[in-house]
Design a protein. Structure first.
Length: 289
């Protein structure tokens, strides 16, 4: 297994240790809530997004995003099964997973993991990109699990989705921290006139992607900060996740939108505070010029 970059990881752990100490010191209900309740209290966020370039046939489709499951860090296959049931209830047309299926522990059965993912259905496809933790675990470990679960992973590549005779494009890039995301290679052969959805684990890739005709980027990685404080926001933000930390943002000097999902699991610290785990359901609409 490859080790994380030493500087950023060490800095993250140092800040996390201080934060964990403050929870232990304060104790009481707040610490218990942040440790035991909020990390399991998944929120379904619903957003309607209009786009001029969206084909009429895709008006009203439901696109569901989930991210950063981090199996192995206080999250097991029973937890995954619970999340799968929540996703199934939404009956989405498209599913997009934006990376970090695992954390740093591969003790869970890979076949059972694939079986759970395989229960998910979406007529317009199940799409995925990998995150930095997936790379540290090993792409050759994670990719087959996603594939056997019915997900198509986009590794610096794009595909077309055709519905009722009209087409959109979906693209995915490698993780910024551990891979070599290449947007030019990814969109080689793509039609710049067609509505294009981009999956990137790290949200800050949006600043590079804005040079291309992309309508919406979906990302994860930040966990929304995982711990947020009033008037402060995210206490900790990871590298490549500092420009678009949480939720919907407009990319400066472009028409491109980026949405940063808060993720399902946790990493380093098993806490969430004012930052519930999230499944996002987008309703895409055709906007008239």
């Amino acid at each position: 297994m490859q080790s994380p970059p030493p500087i950023s990881r060490r800095s993250f752990l140092k800040k996390g240790t201080v934060l964990a100490g403050s929870f232990i010191t304060s104790g009481g209900l707040l610490g218990s809530y942040a440790n035991f309740l909020e990390p399991k209290w998944v929120e379904i966020t619903r957003i309607t997004l209009p786009f001029e370039r969206l084909p009429n046939a895709f008006h009203g489709i439901k696109l569901l995003q989930f991210s950063d499951i981090h199996i192995g860090h206080h999250f097991d296959l029973q937890d995954l099964e619970r999340v799968v049931k929540l996703i199934q209830k939404e009956k989405a047309d498209m599913l997009c997973f934006t990376g970090d299926l695992f954390d740093a522990d591969i003790s869970e059965d890979p076949d059972l993991t694939s079986q759970l993912l395989g229960r998910l259905e979406a007529p317009l496809g199940k799409w995925a990109v990998l995150g930095n933790h997936d790379k540290w675990i090993g792409y050759n470990y994670t990719l087959p699990i996603l594939h056997n679960g019915g997900f198509q992973s986009l590794v610096n590549a794009f595909q077309t989705i055709t519905y009722k005779g009209e087409t959109i494009q979906i693209a995915g890039v490698e993780d910024m921290l551990t891979g070599k995301p290449d947007i030019a290679k990814t969109l080689r052969g793509a039609n710049p006139q067609i509505f294009t959805l981009l999956l990137s684990h790290c949200p800050d890739f949006a600043d590079k992607a804005t040079e291309y005709a992309i309508d919406l980027q979906l990302s994860g990685h930040t966990h929304g900060g995982q711990i947020r404080l009033p008037g402060v926001g995210a206490v900790i933000t990871p590298p490549r996740g500092r420009n678009y930390v949480i939720g919907l943002s407009e990319v400066p000097n472009s028409k491109m939108l980026v949405y940063t999902n808060r993720g399902i699991g946790t990493t380093t610290l098993p806490f969430r505070l004012m930052c519930r785990p999230e499944i996002t359901v987008f309703t895409l609409e055709k906007r008239k010029p």
